[in-house]
Design a protein around this ligand. Structure first.
Ligand code: XIL
Length: 373
C-alpha cells in the first residue's frame, strides 16, 4: 500500500527534479529535513500557528514529515494568553501541544518576556511596586501547564537595543519596571518553576557585517558573560536569523567568531527563526528563489559549522504562512512595475512556496546540514 507520506515524498521529488535542481534531488526528496538533520545530529523545526493546520491535511502532513520541533508562533505569548488579568486562555497552545505530543514532536516554549507581547492591562500594573507578581502569575500558568511538554524555553526575547544605553539593553517596560536585573530574575523564576527545562535568551539582528549588528553582537555577548559570571541559570541561546537580502554581507570570520564566543561560555545555540526577507521583487521568480537559497546556504554553512549549534527552526514552513510581507516601500522601489495589475506575490523566504511546493531554499537547508558531517 502506498502511504500518504510516500505520496508526499514523491511529490517533493518530482517538484524538485522538475525545477531542474540537480542530481541530488532524489536523495533530497527521500530524506525529509527531519531525517537529514537528525542524521547530522541536529533537529529541524518550524514555527506553527495551529489555526493554519486545522482542516489543511496536506500542510499538516508536511509539518509532520519535515519537522522534529514546533514553535508556537503566537499562542504562548503573554498578550495572547492573558487578555484580561488572571484569566488565561490556552486553547490555541493546547491544540498545538496536543498535535505535537500525539505525533511525538517536541515544542519550544516561545516566549515569556517579550516587549512586543505585553497585555494592554499589564502595561501600567507591572510598573507598580509589586508589579513582578503579574510576571510570576503568567510564568506559573505557562510553565506549570506545559512543564511535561516543553523542555526548552525562550525565557527572554530581544533584550538588546543599541543607541540608547551604555549596556545596550532595551529600555523596555520590563527594564523600566524591574531594572536591569529583570533578565536574571526571570531566568531564576523559570528555573524554579521548570527545574529540568533548558532556559534560553533569543535575539535578532546578529548576522550581518553592519555597524549596528556589530554593536548588537558586542552587547549580546557582554550580557551573556555577565549572566554566566553571576551564576544565573541560562543554558542556551536562540539566534533568530531573520536574514535580509538588503543587509549586505555575511562574514564567515565575524559570524564564526561570534558563535564561538557563545559556545565558549558553555551555552548551546539554536537557529530559532530562520527566514529571508527579499529585496529585488522585480526579478524573475527563479532568480528570487536562487538568491534566497544562496543566502540561506551562506548563513547555514557558517552557523552549522559551530558544534554548539543543536538545531534549526524556520519561521514557518511555507510562504503562505510567513509573517514577512512585501511592503509599500518594497513596491515603491519599482514605480513602473506591476502596472498591469499583477503583483510580486508573497515574500519567498521560506522552504516551501505558497502552494506548499519545495523551493531551492529547501534543498539549500538540507545540503547545509549534510555538509556538516
Ligand atoms: C511574530 C509572528 O510571526 C507574528 O505572527 C506576530 O504577529 C508577531 O510576532 N521575532 C520573534 C517572533 O521572536 O515571536 C516574532 O513572531 C517575529 C520576530
Amino acid at each position: 500500500m502506498v502511504t500518504r507520506r510516500q505520496v508526499l515524498s514523491s511529490a517533493i521529488a518530482s517538484t524538485i527534479s522538475s525545477a531542474g535542481l540537480g542530481v541530488d534531488c532524489a536523495q533530497a526528496a527521500e530524506d525529509s529535513l527531519s531525517a537529514t538533520f537528525s542524521k547530522n545530529n541536529l533537529y529541524f523545526g518550524s514555527a506553527v500557528r495551529i489555526e493554519a493546520v486545522v482542516g489543511n491535511q496536506d500542510f499538516r502532513d508536511l509539518l509532520l514529515r519535515e519537522c522534529d520541533y514546533f514553535t508556537p508562533e503566537v499562542a504562548l505569548k503573554w498578550a495572547a494568553v492573558e487578555r484580561s488579568p488572571g484569566s488565561f486562555n490556552f486553547t490555541s497552545m493546547d491544540a498545538l501541544a496536543n498535535f505535537a505530543l500525539a505525533n511525538k514532536k517536541r515544542l519550544c516554549g516561545h516566549t515569556l518576556v517579550w516587549h512586543k507581547s505585553v497585555p494592554q492591562w499589564a502595561t501600567s500594573l507591572v510598573l507598580e511596586k509589586d508589579g513582578w507578581k503579574f510576571m510570576q502569575r503568567y510564568f506559573q500558568a505557562a510553565l506549570s501547564r506545559y512543564g511535561h511538554a516543553i523542555a526548552q524555553w525562550d525565557v527572554i526575547n530581544e533584550p538588546i537595543e543599541t543607541g540608547y544605553r551604555m549596556d545596550g539593553l532595551r529600555n523596555s517596560l520590563f527594564l523600566q519596571a524591574f531594572g536591569v536585573d529583570y533578565i536574571a530574575r526571570a531566568l531564576w523564576e523559570a528555573r524554579q518553576l521548570a527545574p529540568q527545562a533548558k532556559l534560553m535568551i533569543n535575539e535578532f539582528g546578529l548576522e550581518y557585517d553592519l555597524r549596528v549588528e556589530h554593536d548588537r553582537r558586542y552587547h549580546f555577548i557582554k550580557l551573556l558573560e555577565r549572566l554566566k559570571q553571576a551564576g544565573v541559570p541560562l543554558d542556551g541561546v536562540g539566534l533568530q536569523a531573520h536574514l535580509d537580502l538588503s543587509k549586505g554581507t555575511l562574514s564567515a570570520d565575524v559570524l564564526g567568531r561570534f558563535l564561538k564566543e557563545i559556545a565558549d561560555l558553555g551555552l548551546f545555540i539554536v537557529i530559532s527563526e530562520l527566514d529571508v526577507k527579499e529585496h529585488e521583487y522585480i526579478l524573475p521568480v527563479e532568480q528570487r528563489d536562487g538568491r534566497v537559497a544562496d543566502e540561506t546556504k551562506r548563513y547555514l554553512d557558517i552557523a552549522l559549522a559551530q558544534p554548539a549549534v543543536r538545531g534549526l527552526t524556520t519561521w514557518g514552513l511555507s510562504d503562505r504562512h510567513s509573517w514577512l510581507q512585501v511592503t509599500q516601500e518594497d513596491l515603491a522601489r519599482y514605480p513602473n512595475a506591476w502596472k498591469d495589475g499583477s503583483t510580486p506575490g508573497p515574500n519567498r523566504g521560506l522552504p516551501l512556496d505558497y502552494a506548499l511546493k519545495p523551493k531551492p531554499m529547501y534543498r539549500a537547508i538540507a545540503e547545509s546540514a549534510r555538509r556538516r558531517r
